[in-house]
Design a protein. Structure first.
Length: 393
């Protein structure tokens, strides 16, 4: 609704207000007249009509309103057929090069993808107030600099592609392992991200990083049915029934991985998809090629020096060279302030300490991870590990 309405409103704040007004109107109209056959279309039309009416009422004051753009005769018209998905159009539009990268990602995830400020903050490993300030600054910059709401032409899309891919990836990550709530998975976000990635690949078929991102998501999501047991317990990769993985989705993902790796140095999404392929193609967890994974993580860490990548690499080192070799890597990462609230770091450290039979230290690390974890399924798993070591949560 927001993506469709902002095309008419040409102002993010106005579009948000019109969408909210449409919901209020629906609460009244639907009680009296019943729910329409297509509620989404009803709401979208109502929001767009409010946007048009707002422009008509404010025609003489337009120069005083904080609009994204004041249309002029010199403005080129939008090309709605170039980007067929309204949400994807708005993602490309919000990823404007005049905004700092962190502002592009924050405002797009908040306004277009519907993530909460807290969810975005977790994805970026920053505090919620810090992320709220980024969103506010981005909206002020858009208004003050008169950054136009204008879908870029196709030839300009590659310059914005990395930011757009990052947005889609963060939406998927938030859905694949929900940072908060009672469920491990948020299917709405996973399916939205995969849908956007498919549209991107159709729009830009020669972009290997777009293929890599779609492959990465398909291979991870192919395990959806096996990640939580019938009793609601989190199942690790080594416990999952591989015969229940989505074979069609895996075949599609592996085909895309091959395309993403072909034709030059692979980017960060192509490398992540290759890592996912190694896990997926292994006949068993014990049969995973840990040496190959370590080599891929070395390449990924060079291409994308992220502390989260370094943490995942350390886990692979533990599998290839033993927990004693990996523990110093995790201890070094504990000094990185970006991981201060990241519960996967103490959880990984606890597992290594447990495997080294350093139980008191493992218990302390499990307790730290439990304190930082806000997802009920993951927290229950950590508590079961702590109980299994003989301690009490």
């Amino acid at each position: 609704m927001l993506a469709a309405t902002v095309r008419v409103a040409r102002d993010l704040d106005l579009a948000e207000e019109c969408v909210q007004d449409a919901y209020v109107a629906a609460m009244d109209a639907w009680l009296r007249q019943g729910v329409p056959d297509n509620p989404g279309a009803w709401l979208t039309v109502a929001a767009q009509r409010r946007a048009l009416n707002a422009h008509k009422r404010a025609a003489t004051l337009r120069s005083k309103l904080p609009l994204l753009v004041v249309p002029s005769a010199d403005d080129p018209p939008d090309a709605p057929d170039e980007i067929p998905d309204d949400r994807l159009r708005l993602v490309f539009t919000c990823c404007h090069p005049a905004l700092a990268r962190e502002a592009q990602l924050a405002i797009t995830l908040r306004l277009v993808c519907g993530l909460t400020t807290a969810e975005i903050a977790r994805a970026f490993l920053v505090s919620e107030p810090t992320m709220a300030a980024r969103v506010t600054r981005a909206k002020k910059k858009i208004a003050a600099a008169a950054i136009p709401y204008r879908v870029p032409p196709l030839e300009d899309l590659p310059d914005r592609l990395d930011a757009v891919l990052t947005v889609v990836h963060l939406v998927f990550t938030t859905g694949h392992a929900a940072p908060t709530g009672p469920d491990l998975l948020r299917p709405d976000l996973v399916e939205r991200a995969i849908d956007l990635a498919r549209t991107l690949c159709a729009l830009m078929p020669d972009e290997r990083e777009a293929q890599g991102l779609l492959a990465l998501m398909l291979l991870h999501d192919a395990r959806r049915a096996t990640r939580v047991g019938a009793d609601g317990r989190l199942l690790l990769l080594e416990e999952q029934d591989r015969t229940r993985w989505d074979t069609a989705q895996i075949a599609d993902g592996l085909r895309l991985v091959r395309g993403a790796l072909r034709g030059g140095r692979p980017g960060r999404f192509a490398l992540q998809s290759a890592i996912a392929a190694v896990y997926t193609e292994a006949p068993t967890y014990a049969g995973t090629d840990w040496r190959q994974l370590r080599g891929l993580y070395d390449l990924l860490l060079h291409a994308w020096p992220s502390p989260v990548v370094a943490l995942n690499r350390a886990v692979v080192v533990a599998m290839s060279d033993g927990p004693a070799a990996a523990l110093p890597l995790l201890d070094a990462l504990a000094e990185d302030p970006r991981l201060a609230g990241y519960h996967y770091l103490p959880a990984a450290r606890a597992d290594l300490l447990r495997r080294l039979d350093r139980i008191p230290e493992a218990d302390a690390a499990y307790r730290t991870a439990i304190t930082l974890c806000d997802n009920a399924v993951e927290r229950a798993f950590l508590e079961s590990r702590l109980r299994g070591s003989g301690a009490r949560p």
